[in-house]
Design a protein around this ligand. Structure first.
Ligand code: ADE
Length: 421
């Protein structure tokens, strides 16, 4: 049998991958229904699309949908540790989609895989972290004029793209899927909340009840992690730099303090900030013996890994996804998943039911870019409000949830200003 080009770990994993992709699909009713619809209308017929995403069972179902819509699709990994090798194999062997992704790939391979996605000469890109957009702008600017647009999945990617746009450096329009309400209010909060805890528990099997659990960053991801850690019976501390978010954390019932103070008490420190060296040398120096360090942000920069390496006198791996560093005074610090996204590297990422909404936004946004008579202006754009509402409406219907509608009198009242006391 000949397979499309790609670079994957082992094609013999394809059947297992297909079983797990189908399992995920049973939790993705919105993507499933959209796939059937676009298979009829083929809105992406013949369009070259490259997607740099975490290669998971959920992404596989988005890939199936894009292909059903007619796209000529190539996939590459958006993180060296998040690829599910059986899924990559299933996409190549059973779906005929070229995939460039191997779990545990080194940095050189990661960039070779990105280059393969660029070599596809996409007219639409899907990104999770903006590495594909960045690669095209740095090394393949000849693609920019033909580009219809792109989408971005995650907060960190949107921040990078807005920085590019501010400097006038963004050469094509990008839809910030992350910023859709049906994305970040659910995926970032409930998805990260469950999957980050899942990763920490799978990696360590340490009881959370009664432990002190420090969440650094109280954006939507941090909120989800704090909420679920509290649900496990942990004493949750939140560290923030934004006064408003800190206040919200305090009124949500968490203790709020600087990380230097929290580090002395915490059994777990989990970062979700999107920023660099948030857990820095002084925090590592203050940390308790046995402290578990994990990162839920996109890049592996949130925990200062060079500082941790420099402080350590010994290092060993007691369990998969756990590196235990021994410091000169005998304290042990346990780093999960090499400081990479703990939810994808030590578990399977967000559950399918929440990715259903994120990827429905992705699919509808890609179709929106493809259908436009005129390309959107270069810059970062919101997901059209109609798409956001459509995803919410479809998800509610799939969950068999029904809601009330305003009476005419109520709608009139809301639109008027004359009636008061
Ligand atoms: N990001 C977080 N969880 C994910 C998942 N399950 N699939 C793809 N991207 C993700």
């Amino acid at each position: 049998m000949t397979h499309p080009p790609g670079d994957i770990t082992d094609p013999r994993l394809a059947d297992e991958g297909r079983r797990r992709i189908d399992w995920a699909l049973s939790e993705m009713p919105v993507v499933r229904a959209l796939t059937a619809e676009v298979a009829e209308t083929r809105p992406l017929q013949g369009l070259r699309i490259s997607a740099c995403l975490h290669i998971t069972t959920e992404t596989a179902n988005l890939a199936r949908a894009l292909k059903a819509a007619g796209a000529d699709l190539v996939l590459c990994a958006s993180n060296p540790l998040s690829t599910q090798d059986d899924v990559a194999a299933a996409l190549v062997v059973h779906e005929g989609i070229p995939v460039y992704a191997r779990r545990g790939e080194d940095t050189e391979t990661y960039y070779r895989h990105l280059a393969a996605a660029v070599a596809h000469r996409p007219v639409i890109t899907l990104d999770d972290g903006a590495d594909l957009v960045s690669e095209i702008h740095k090394h393949h600017r000849e693609l920019l004029p033909e580009m219809l647009g792109g989408t971005e999945e995650t907060t960190t990617g949107v921040i990078r793209l807005r920085a590019m746009a501010r400097e006038g450096a963004l050469g094509y329009p990008i839809i910030a899927v992350n910023d859709a309400q049906t994305k970040h209010l659910f995926d970032n909060r409930y998805g990260t909340g469950q999957s980050a805890l899942d990763g920490i528990i799978r990696a360590t099997n340490i009881l959370l009840a009664g432990k002190t659990f420090c969440v650094v960053g109280y954006g939507w991801c941090g909120r989800g992690i704090a909420l679920r850690a509290k649900g496990h019976g942990a004493h949750v501390i939140v560290c923030e730099v934004e006064p408003l978010r800190a206040l919200e954390a305090a009124m949500d019932g968490y203790r709020v303090m600087p990380l230097r103070e929290a580090a002395r008490q915490a059994d777990f420190v989990v970062t979700a900030t999107g920023d660099k060296h948030v857990v820095d040398r002084p925090h590592l120096e203050a940390a308790k013996d046995g402290c578990v360090l994990a990162n839920a942000g996109h890049f592996n920069v949130e925990i200062n890994l060079p500082a941790l390496e420099a402080l350590a006198v010994a290092k060993h791996r007691p369990r998969p996804s756990v590196d235990e560093y021994t410091l000169a005074d005998g304290r042990r610090l346990r780093l999960l998943a090499e400081g990479r996204l703990v939810n994808l590297a030590a578990a399977e990422g967000h559950p399918s039911a929440v990715m259903d909404m994120s990827f429905a936004n992705q699919l509808l946004s890609v179709i929106h870019l493809a259908r436009r008579a005129q390309r959107l202006a270069n810059g970062v754009h919101d997901v059209p409000r109609d798409i956001d509402r459509e995803v919410a409406r479809r998800k509610l219907a799939a969950m068999d949830l029904h809601i009330d509608t305003l009476t005419e009198e109520q709608a009139r009242y809301l639109a008027s200003w004359q009636e008061g006391t």
